[in-house]
Design a protein around this ligand. Structure first.
Ligand code: NAD
Length: 416
C-alpha cells in the first residue's frame, strides 16, 4: 500500500521544486513501532493483538494521525496512512507532520469493557513513543471520542499532570472541541462549496440545484458530509454502509436515515442497492467515504460520475486514478477532501495548550476559511500547470515540506 501511495508523489515532484535530499527523506517512514498487546477478555481468556504506530515525517512539526481499529490494519497500512497524513497537514499548512496507528481487531466483536482495556493497553504500549510535542493520536475508522477519552486517561495515569494536548477528538467534557465529530464531513463540504463557487464549469459540475451525490460509507465522515450537503440543498441520491445501500433519485434525508442504522440496515427511503452498484451510479459526485481501494482497474472504466470526491483515505488505486483522469473525471484527492478532521484536531490541540475555549461558530468558520484557502491554492496550481487536482495538491504539500527542510538547515552545503 505504501509503495502505491508513494507513486502519487512522483508526478508531483517536478511541479514542487523540491531538492533531491528532501525527496529522499520522504521515501521512508522515520519510525514505526510494532508491538503485541495482551488483553484479557471478559470470559477470562487472554488474546494478543498486533498494534502499530508510525511517524512518517516530522519536518513541519509533531506527528499527527488517527488510530484505526480494523482487522485489515498492519504495518504497511499504518505507514501508508501516516504518509497521507504528512501531505494532508502540509497541504492545509498545519504545523504538523504525519503519523497513524492502529490495532488489528474488529471492535464490533469486543464488549465495552474489552474495548476500554484494549485502548488503554495500546496507550501503555506507545506512551513513550507519543506525546503532545511528538505525536498526537486522534480517532479514525473504528475509534471514536469515547476511545480517545480512555486513551487520554491512560496516558495521564502513566505520565502524570493533565496533558490534554496528547490526544485530540476527545469528548467535549474532557478538553475536546466543539465540532470535531462533524469536522471531516463539514470540511469536505467546504471544499466542495469552494469548487462550486469558483470553478463550477471547470470541474464538470452542473448548477448547484442539479447536483446529485452518491456516498459510500455512513460513519463519522460520510454522515456529516451527507447532512451538510442535504441541509445546503444538494441532492444526496445514494448512501451505503458495509451492509449495503439505498437509492432514491429524488433524494434521501440522511438525518432520518441515520435512525435506521441502529438496526444495521440502511433501508426505509428508497430501493436497495449494493456497494458495487453505488460506485457505478450515474451521478455528478461519487464520494467514497468508507475504506481504501474501492475504485480499481476493474471498475474505474465503468464509473459514470463526473467527479470523485475522496472522503476516505486512499479509495482510488493508482491504476484507477489514471483511468479516471483519462475519462476526464475530476478527482478531488483525499489529502484535501478529508482534511477537515485534522484541521479541527489542530484547533483542539491549540485549545488544550492555551486553555482558551472555542465555540462551535469559531470552529466552523475557521475550518471553512482553511479548507477554502487550501482548495484555492491547489486549484491555482492545477490550472497553472494543467495537472490533475491530486498532483497539484501533492506539489503544494511537497513544496512546503521542502522549504521547511531547508529552513532547518537540512540541505547539502557540500554541493556549493
Ligand atoms: P467509521 O468507522 O465511522 O465509518 C465507516 C463507514 O464505512 C461505516 O458506515 C461502515 O459501515 C462503512 N464501511 C465499512 N466497510 C465498508 C465496506 N466494505 N463497504 C462499504 N462501506 C463500508 O469511519 P470514518 O471515521 O467515517 O472513516 C471513514 C474513512 O474516512 C476512512 O478511510 C478514514 O481513514 C477516513 N477519514 C476519517 C477521518 C475522521 O475524522 N474520522 C478523517 C480523515 C479521513
Amino acid at each position: 500500500m505504501l509503495e502505491d501511495a508513494k507513486k502519487q508523489l512522483d508526478a508531483a515532484a517536478k511541479y514542487a521544486d523540491i531538492d533531491p535530499e528532501s525527496w529522499e527523506r520522504l521515501q521512508y517512514p522515520q519510525k514505526t513501532l510494532y508491538c503485541s498487546i495482551p488483553m484479557r477478555h471478559d470470559d477470562g481468556t487472554l488474546k494478543l493483538y498486533k498494534a502499530y504506530r508510525c511517524q512518517y515525517d516530522t519536518t513541519r512539526g509533531p506527528a499527527k494521525g488517527g488510530v484505526r481499529y480494523h482487522p485489515a490494519v498492519d504495518r504497511d497500512h499504518c505507514e501508508a496512512l501516516a504518509f497521507w497524513m504528512t501531505f494532508k497537514c502540509a497541504a492545509l499548512n498545519i504545523p504538523f507532520g504525519g503519523s497513524k496507528g492502529g490495532i488489528s481487531v474488529d471492535p464490533k466483536k469486543l464488549s465495552h469493557r474489552e474495548l476500554e482495556r484494549l485502548s488503554k493497553a495500546y496507550i501503555a504500549a506507545v506512551a513513550d513513543f507519543i506525546g503532545p510535542n511528538i505525536d498526537i493520536p486522534a480517532p479514525d475508522m473504528g475509534t471514536d471520542e469515547r476511545v480517545m477519552g480512555w486513551m487520554y486517561s491512560e496516558y495521564r495515569k502513566i505520565k502524570g499532570g493533565h496533558p490534554l494536548d496528547v490526544v485530540t477528538g476527545k469528548p467535549v467534557a474532557l478538553g475536546g472541541i466543539e465540532g470535531r465529530n462533524s469536522a471531516t464531513g463539514y470540511g469536505g463540504y467546504y471544499v466542495l462549496e469552494a469548487l462550486m463557487d469558483h470553478y463550477l464549469d471547470k470541474v464538470n459540475l452542473p448548477v448547484k440545484e442539479s447536483i446529485r451525490i452518491a456516498i459510500q460509507g455512513f460513519g463519522k465522515v460520510g454522515y456529516w458530509f451527507a447532512e451538510k450537503c442535504y441541509k445546503n440543498g444538494l441532492k444526496v441520491v445514494a448512501i451505503s454502509n458495509e451492509n449495503g445501500g439505498v437509492y432514491n433519485e429524488n433524494g434521501l434525508n440522511p438525518v432520518a436515515l441515520r435512525k435506521h442504522l441502529e438496526s444495521g440496515e440502511l433501508d426505509g427511503q428508497g430501493s436497495k442497492i449494493t456497494n458495487k452498484e453505488l460506485l457505478l451510479l450515474d451521478v455528478d459526485i461519487l464520494a467514497p467515504a468508507a475504506i481504501e481501494n474501492v475504485l480499481t482497474a476493474e471498475n474505474a472504466d465503468q464509473v459514470r460520475a463526473r467527479m470523485v470526491f475522496e472522503l476516505a483515505n486512499g479509495p482510488t488505486t493508482n491504476e484507477a486514478d489514471a483511468i479516471l483522469n483519462e475519462k476526464n473525471i475530476v478527482v478531488i484527492p483525499d489529502i484535501l477532501a478529508n482534511a477537515g478532521g485534522v484541521v479541527v484536531s489542530y484547533f483542539e490541540w491549540l485549545q488544550n495548550r492555551t486553555a482558551e475555549l472555542k465555540t462551535l461558530d469559531d470552529v466552523n468558520s475557521r475550518l471553512k476559511k482553511m479548507m477554502q484557502y487550501a482548495t484555492e491554492r491547489t486549484m491555482v496550481r492545477r490550472f497553472q500547470y494543467h495537472i490533475p487536482v491530486r498532483t497539484a495538491c501533492y506539489a503544494l504539500a511537497l513544496k512546503r515540506i521542502s522549504e521547511a527542510n531547508e529552513c532547518l538547515g537540512n540541505r547539502n552545503y557540500f554541493k556549493s
